[in-house]
Design a protein around this ligand. Structure first.
Ligand code: COA
Length: 173
């Protein structure tokens, strides 16, 4: 059975939690933390959606994710960032399934895409197994402590999502 998660809009009062997760040494190698003011803008700006991932039996704040391009005329929406606190419990996969449904069903995405650092094999494995296709790489695009890492771009298109739903691999409409 998949882990239980729920997404709700992030509030100002959640930002201390969000900032602490971003700065957690477990997550820092994989993301570029934002300033508080960037998160505040992402909460308010209509092109963005900022969600808290509620996890566990009591559905407490257990992570967050950010979408960009929700009003994009090209219907190309980016999963900018997803972080969960308690890893390997299936929360990341469950949240990804919910956010795919939001992107395609509610926000009308034609393309849902993301980039990840190449060294982030855990996230890459998750996105691949959830149907995201490898598009290519931005070579050595980000600085890391031991040099540069490349960004891997992955995406899913609306017809692919529909196919997966037909195969019962996505949440129902
Ligand atoms: C990436 C992240 C969101 C995944 O969430 P999670 O709850 O830990 O992941 P899940 O428990 O749902 O596992 C998802 C899949 O990841 C893959 N995975 C997990 N650990 C892995 C590892 N060490 N190596 C390779 N793949 C791994 C597996 O495919 C796993 O699926 P399975 O165990 O069901 O076969 C989470 O680890 C995280 O917050 N990481 C730090 C931030 C980050 O890298 N975000 C993504 C880029 S913005």
């Amino acid at each position: 059975m998949s882990a239980r998660v729920r997404l709700r809009p992030t509030m100002q009062s959640d930002l201390a939690f969000v900032l602490s997760l971003e700065r957690d040494p477990d997550n820092l190698p994989y993301i570029t933390p934002w300033e508080r003011i960037q998160h505040e803008a992402a909460i308010r700006f209509p092109d963005f959606r900022h969600f808290i991932i509620e996890t566990g039996p009591d559905l407490e704040a257990g992570g967050f994710l950010i979408l960009i391009g929700c009003r994009n005329p090209h219907q190309s929406i980016e999963l900018k960032r997803m972080v969960v606190r308690d890893k390997h419990l299936g929360y990341g996969r469950a949240a990804l399934r919910v956010v795919k449904k939001i992107a395609f069903d509610d926000l009308g995405a034609h393309r849902f895409w993301l980039d990840i650092k190449k060294r982030n094999t855990r996230a890459k494995g998750l996105y691949e197994s959830e149907g995201f296709a490898y598009e290519g790489e931005l070579r050595e695009a980000v600085k890391v402590p031991d040099g540069f890492d490349s960004l891997v771009v992955m995406s899913m298109l609306a017809p692919e999502f529909t196919d997966r739903r037909r195969q019962a691999r996505e949440l129902t409409a």
